[in-house]
Design a protein around this ligand. Structure first.
Ligand code: ATP
Length: 258
C-alpha cells in the first residue's frame, strides 16, 4: 500500500469554473501513481485541457486539492512540464535554444554550457529531430513542433509531465513511431504523467489507467485499469487479446458517457 509520501499525484474534488460561472470541469477525483502514466480521453469541451492547466498552476482559481506525494503540487520542488496544444515554443529562438532556455529557467542544469548542449542534443536525438536544431519553430511542420515540445518537456526532467494531445498533428504511422519514442524516453525519465488524447487506441497503448471524461459536468469520469496492456512490450500490445478487450470496454463506456 502506498502512503501519502509516495502516493504520486492526487487530484481530489477538483472543479473549475471560469469567470462566466459555467462549470468548465465537473468534479474529478484521480490518482496518478508516482512514475506512472494515466491517459485521458473525453469529448470536446469536457475539461481535459482545463484539468491539465489546473495541475500546471495556470489557473488563478479552482476548487479541490492537488497534491503530489502528500504536499501541494505547486510546491517549488515539484517541477511540472507541460506540452500544451499549441506547443508553447518561443518563435524567435531556434529549436536548440528553446530547449536550452527551458533547462536554464528550471535550473535542472547548473552544468557547464558544453554539458547543457550535450543534453540538448541527446533529447533532440531521442525524438528523431537532431537535424532541426538550428531551425526556428515557425519554419517547422506541426508534427515537428510537437516533437520539439516533447523533447523540451523531457529535457527539464520534470517530476510531473502533462501532455495535451501531443500527437494530434501526426499521421498514423508517424504517430505510432512517436508513441514508441515517447515510451522509450519516459522509461529513461519516468515522470508522473497525465496524457490527454482523443484517440482511444493511443489511450490504451500508453496509459496504465484510462480516464474517460463525461460530456455531462454533473457526471463523474470513469476510471479503467489498464495494467495488463501497460505491462506488455509496446510492439506486442496492438495485436493482443487484452488490447482488443480494452478497446471494447472503453468504447462501451464512451457510449454511456458521451
Ligand atoms: N479561458 C476560458 N474562459 C472561459 N471558458 C473557458 C476557457 N477555457 C475553456 N473554457 C471552457 O471550459 C470548458 C472546457 O474546456 P477545455 O478546453 O478544458 O475542454 P477540452 O476537453 O480540453 O476540449 P478539446 O478536446 O476541444 O480541447 C469548455 O466549455 C470551454 O468553452
Amino acid at each position: 500500500m502506498s502512503n501519502s509520501a509516495n502516493s504520486g499525484l492526487n487530484i481530489r474534488k477538483l472543479r473549475v469554473e471560469y469567470s462566466s460561472g459555467q462549470p468548465a470541469l465537473g468534479e474529478v477525483n484521480l490518482q496518478v501513481p508516482e512514475h506512472g502514466i494515466v491517459t485521458i480521453i473525453g469529448p470536446s469541451g469536457s475539461g481535459k485541457s482545463t484539468l491539465l492547466r489546473a495541475v500546471a498552476g495556470l489557473l488563478p482559481r479552482y476548487e479541490g486539492d492537488l497534491l503530489f506525494n502528500g504536499a501541494s503540487v505547486h510546491h517549488k520542488e515539484t517541477l511540472i512540464g507541460l506540452v500544451p496544444q499549441n506547443y508553447g515554443l518561443l518563435p524567435w529562438k531556434t529549436v536548440q535554444a528553446n530547449i536550452a532556455i527551458a533547462m536554464r529557467i528550471t535550473r535542472r542544469s547548473e552544468k557547464s554550457r558544453q554539458e547543457r548542449d550535450r543534453l540538448v542534443r541527446h533529447w533532440l536525438k531521442s525524438m528523431g529531430i537532431s537535424d532541426l536544431a538550428d531551425r526556428y519553430p515557425l519554419s517547422l511542420s506541426g508534427g515537428q513542433q510537437q516533437r520539439v515540445a516533447i523533447a523540451r518537456a523531457f529535457a527539464v526532467l520534470p517530476t510531473i509531465m502533462l501532455l495535451d494531445e501531443p500527437f494530434s498533428a501526426l499521421d498514423a504511422i508517424t504517430r505510432e513511431a512517436l508513441q514508441q519514442l515517447f515510451l522509450d524516453n519516459w522509461l529513461e525519465h519516468p515522470a508522473t504523467t497525465l496524457f490527454v488524447t482523443h484517440d482511444v487506441e493511443e489511450a490504451i497503448l500508453l496509459g496504465q489507467r484510462v480516464i474517460v471524461m463525461p460530456a455531462d459536468k454533473q457526471d463523474h469520469p470513469a476510471i479503467i485499469e489498464n495494467e495488463t496492456v501497460f505491462g506488455m512490450k509496446h510492439e506486442d500490445k496492438r495485436s493482443s487479446a487484452a488490447f482488443f478487450e480494452q478497446t471494447k470496454v472503453i468504447r462501451k463506456v464512451m457510449q454511456e458517457k458521451w
